[in-house]
Design a protein around this ligand. Structure first.
Ligand code: 5GP
Ligand code: 5GP
Ligand code: 5GP
Length: 208
């Protein structure tokens, strides 16, 4: 599974809803810079195979180097912050994503890898597309998962995969969206395979 030669078929561009990461029994912690916006943020850009498996940790010698993405840090803080505990400046999260996934991205440099992820999220108005479909963050409301997928699909051009988790109060809530991207790390494509994560028919989008 570990190889310097990183062939793969496509990327999952995975974004998370902060309200659903934090609304669990497990605590979340805001980044050292403060509470992020109530909007989707990046989890990762993950090389994947069409059969659903994926390469990881393709080049252990190519460790994360903060200095290579120095110019991207303000945008990284805005779009790719870490909500895990303890509070952090994101470096551990970015390091994990680069070393596990980025090193398998077919030769992208660290700077290219993170810049592509940032460009992808900036090109999408996921929250706006949900709002247009009447789906807005709420502690009470539930939405049909098909409404959510259709709305997100209208922003992307293709239907994404959706993954839900279970809140401390047992609500089924939208946690992550899996958006399929061509090997160029730029072009949205129809998903060759959908991830395992599932949602129940009725979904919450908790406030954050
Ligand atoms: P979890 O078990 O929390 O769903 O996923 C743990 C980690 O496995 C993720 O953070 C990600 O690094 C990796 N992972 C899970 N599912 C997929 C997948 O379908 N494709 C890829 N490329 N990585 C995945
Ligand atoms: P994956 O291996 O699934 O790509 O990434 C998950 C790892 O990143 C876990 O070790 C998790 O603790 C860490 N992590 C740090 N910050 C975040 C965050 O904001 N969201 C998620 N999903 N994982 C985070
Ligand atoms: P990891 O071991 O990769 O850190 O995380 C395993 C699972 O637990 C992932 O699905 C991740 O999203 C979740 N997770 C990890 N750390 C935290 C945390 O601090 N808060 C919450 N709510 N979930 C976390």
């Amino acid at each position: 599974q570990s190889s310097v030669i990183s062939d793969f078929d496509f990327f999952y561009f995975v974004v998370q809803w902060p309200g659903s990461y934090c609304d669990l029994k497990k605590a979340c912690c805001y980044p050292t810079l403060g509470k992020p916006a109530s909007n989707f943020s990046i989890h990762g850009l993950w090389p994947n195979y069409d059969d659903g498996t994926y390469p990881q940790n393709c080049d252990p010698s190519d460790t994360f180097d903060y200095s290579q993405i120095q110019d991207l840090i303000p945008q990284m803080n805005k779009y790719w912050g870490s909500l895990s505990c303890p509070s952090s400046d994101g470096t551990d999260f970015w390091s994990h994503e680069w070393e596990k996934h980025g090193t398998c991205s077919g030769g992208l440099s660290q700077h290219e890898y993170f810049a592509k992820g940032l460009a992808l999220i900036k090109s999408l108005n996921l929250l706006g597309s949900l709002q247009n479909a009447g789906v807005k963050p709420s502690s009470q409301a539930t939405y049909d998962v098909s409404t959510i997928q259709k709305a997100l699909g209208s922003a992307i051009g293709f239907t994404p995969g959706v993954e839900c988790n279970t809140a401390a109060n047992k609500n089924n809530q939208l946690y992550q969206v899996y958006i399929c991207v061509d090997k160029d790390a730029e072009t949205f494509i129809e998903c060759p395979v959908y991830p395992n994560g599932k949602c129940k028919p009725s979904v919450h989008l908790p406030t954050f």
